[in-house]
Write a protein that binds this ligand. Structure first.
Ligand code: MG
Length: 251
């Protein structure tokens, strides 16, 4: 049985312990509160299916190729512009944006030829290269077998798409891409690899995929080489693939 003195001591100790823990909890809570944001999010016009968001850079509006030049030589781009779309002209080479980027949100629409010619990698092949080095494959992957990490929406030869969300040949398709450029150290080595998220026709097909290095056809492990900003490049793979409604938001 507790004596009266022991009870008083215990009560005092309990009160003290409660007080100390309350103060500790209060200061802990104050120190780890989520900070109140100071900057109001900028108001933009989000646009719609045919109109880019108001803070986007429009790279192709269906009229001309003034924002594009040839990858080799930087000459005026020689692809056709027809019915509001740019069309790959076989043999004229890849084209690139004049402007260079690192982290971006990119919207681009594309269509492979309605008339099916060829098979595998030879059918409706083109590509969208981030920073001129990392290809998201464009291909007619509707009833067209090829290696999985070479079909539409693959990070070429690195990651297949999570699903095949392809529309039929000739139909317009969309890519919405969120890309974070690689970060390099002073020693030239990659500190943080590039990452890419891709929605194909609104469906998630690349979920923050960590890019191994520049995409290449060769079955080698690609090596990052330090680089700065780079252009968006569209590939001439010999097939008359069409592109339209291309815009980018710098992140
Ligand atoms: Mg390609």
């Amino acid at each position: 049985m507790l004596t009266r003195t022991t009870s008083v001591r215990f009560a005092l100790f309990a009160s003290f312990a409660i007080a100390v823990s309350s103060v500790a909890a209060w200061s802990y809570g104050a120190a780890f509160q989520i900070p109140e944001p100071k900057t109001e999010p900028k108001i933009i016009d989000p646009g719609d299916a045919s109109r880019a968001p108001s803070d986007a850079i429009v790279l192709f509006d269906g009229k001309d190729l003034s924002n594009w030049v040839t990858v080799n030589g930087g000459a005026p781009a020689k692809w056709d512009v027809k019915d509001g779309a740019m069309v790959v002209v076989r043999g004229t080479g890849a084209i690139r944006t004049k402007q260079e980027f690192d982290d971006v949100q990119l919207h681009i629409e594309w269509a492979t030829p309605a008339e099916v010619v060829g098979e595998g990698q030879g059918r409706g092949n083109s590509g969208v290269f981030l920073q001129g080095k990392y290809e998201v494959q464009v291909l007619d992957s509707y009833n067209n077998k090829t290696y999985f990490h070479g079909q539409a929406g693959s990070v070429y030869k690195q990651y297949p798409p999570l699903v095949n969300a392809s529309r039929k040949p000739g139909e317009w398709q969309t890519y919405d891409i969120i890309y974070h450029a690689p970060i390099f150290g002073d020693d030239g080595r990659v500190k943080k690899k590039a990452t890419i998220t891709v929605l194909h026709n609104g469906v998630l097909i690349q979920d923050h995929s960590e890019i191994f290095g520049p995409t290449t056809h060769e079955p080698v492990f690609p090596a990052y080489v330090k680089h700065g900003k780079g252009p968006i490049v569209l590939q001439d793979h010999g097939n008359p693939v069409r592109f339209r409604n291309i815009w980018v938001r710098q992140l």
